[in-house]
Design a protein around this ligand. Structure first.
Ligand code: ACO
Length: 323
């Protein structure tokens, strides 16, 4: 059988760092409130002339370098983003053009904060059915452009950034000890469309709009669905939470991450946390966290991990990976 293996990871964060105190200068908020409720201390914000595709390209170049893979080998580019450069064409085609990648599959995936889990599952399917042998899977966002900077309840939560992985199709005996993506699970529940949404769009308002959120509902569902998603993806293979070496969750809020860990009975040291320094970078948060875990040595060959995320829709998903 064919299995897709992650052979490289790359990350990019814009140069400008904004800490909580800087936000407190223009909003009725404080460093103490933001830290206590979210765990966030700072975020990176894109420069005026930096587009989502620019962030994506930087992350992709690093991932390709780590994978010792040339641009010429890329046969599919899947970009998870809710902040595309333009309404169309796909930001993936801008990335393709800027990288100088050859003709191949290129599409965007819109599943908001769950975007990377969806993009990974889609690219994994492409590889397993033979549509491509090497794929770039990117989460890239400039959420700062969607924020209402006068709304303290949302403006403090998000940051900009991009992360990328290179996936390569490899032959496998189908053994759970073999490296690669072992299982994926995706879901959505559109009854929550209005709990986390942007109040504009080309069809509804002909404007871009701003992010609106029912924070308490998001919190409640995030904890339940994220914990379920880990159990569901493990159940596909017969493995258990105790078998996991690492959980790399979407980074929205430290309290959500900790509550999911408690619900699963997972020791805190097995969960990667980057929300403190990156804030919520939506679809970019998981590959950014993978990059941090790789750099600090927690993501070593052979480790068993789950990546999982929930976002607007609500949409959620998880992937079980043998690194
Ligand atoms: N600074 C100071 N006070 C604030 C701020 C702020 N930045 N934001 C809200 N408040 C105030 C509110 O106005 C409210 O004041 P009131 O009591 O006078 O009305 C008070 O703080 C409490 O507000 P709540 O909304 O009840 O605060 P809560 O403890 O629920 O925390 C939060 C809010 C952090 C948004 C929380 O609900 C949360 O994390 N929800 C999940 C949202 C999330 O992570 N979204 C990301 C996108 S989805 C995803 O990625 C999973």
């Amino acid at each position: 059988m064919i299995r897709s293996r992650v052979v490289g990871v790359g990350a990019y964060l814009p140069a400008r760092v904004v800490d909580n105190d800087e936000l407190a200068c223009r909003l009725d908020t404080s460093d103490a409130w933001i830290r206590e409720r979210t765990g966030i201390t700072r975020r990176h914000l894109a420069a005026e002339d930096e587009l989502t595709s620019d962030l994506a390209v930087q992350a992709a170049r690093r991932a390709l370098e780590r994978a010792s893979t040339s641009v010429a080998a890329i046969e599919a580019i899947v970009v998870a983003t809710s902040t595309p450069d333009h309404t169309f064409p796909a930001t993936a085609t801008a990335v393709q053009q800027k990288l100088g990648a050859p003709i191949g599959i290129a599409l965007d995936v819109q599943a908001v904060c769950a975007g990377f889990a969806y993009a990974l599952a889609i690219a994994d399917s492409f590889l397993r059915v033979g549509h491509a042998r090497t794929a770039l899977v990117i989460g890239a966002e400039t959420f700062s452009r969607l924020l209402d900077w006068n709304d303290r309840s949302t403006a403090v939560l998000f940051g900009d950034g991009a992360g990328a992985v290179v996936l390569r199709a490899e032959r496998s005996r189908g053994d759970l000890a073999d490296r690669g993506v072992l299982a994926t699970r995706l879901a959505a529940d559109g009854r929550h469309y209005r709990d986390l949404y942007v109040d504009g769009g080309p069809s509804a308002t002909r404007t871009t709009g701003h992010l609106r959120m029912n924070g308490r509902e998001v919190f409640r569902h995030a904890v339940a669905r994220l914990a379920e998603s880990v159990e569901a993806v493990l159940a596909e293979t017969g493995l258990a939470v105790a078998d996991l070496d690492l959980l790399v969750p979407h980074q929205a809020n430290l309290r959500i991450i900790e509550a999911v860990g408690r619900r699963l009975g997972l020791p805190p040291e097995k969960t990667i946390v980057t929300v403190d320094r990156h804030a919520n970078t939506s679809a970019a948060s998981i590959p950014l966290a993978l990059d941090v875990a790789l750099e600090d040595g927690r993501l070593a060959d052979g480790r068993l991990l789950v990546v999982n995320a929930l976002g607007g829709g609500f949409a959620w998903g998880a992937a079980l990976i043998r690194w």
